[in-house]
Design a protein around this ligand. Sequence first.
Ligand code: MN3
Length: 206
Amino acid sequence: MAKYELPKLPYAYNALEPHIDAQTMEIHHTKHHQAYTNGLNTALESLSAELQNMELTKLLASLDKVPENVKGAVNFHGGGYDNHTLFWNNMKPNGGREPGGSVADAIKSSFGGFAQFKEKFSKDTGAIQGSGWGWLAYNPQSKKVEFTTMPNQTSPRTKGLVPLLGLDVWEHAYYLKYQNKRPDYIAAWWNVVNWDEVDKRLSKAK
Ligand code: MN3
């Protein structure tokens, strides 16, 4: 039983051009995200019915309940599945600019302002060694938003955070167009951020 299916993109592969090219989007979605989907379904096969039926967001936050021999696979493929689903939806054509409302307030409270947040997010995500993600996340303990980087496909949910806005800096996310110029990819990506989606996630997380 394949529980998870590759979700459809909410826009065409070329919709984020010139910032993210169509070929990168198509390979990223149909090959990479598909591979995490398949890997997650395979990992789920060896879990108990209780864990199989748990919502993925909850499963990622409960990795301590997953047997050691499949924990790594659930962390990697489950994180990969969830991260990419969030990623496609936290981008949109003609996005970018600055957030308003509650997201703007939360960012101001945690970082001092949007400019400071953008600078930190760009710099620290750009500095990730190897593969990983930069995230704006909501911390239910502090009730504030925070920035975190995560290695490989490990979800921010594994440390109790609710992911709000993620940026994939694996080379597969940008190499065809940007080659080794990760900072150029990051600078371009701000033009496609879907702040309405981030606002929705923040409201739901609170
Ligand atoms: Mn990716």
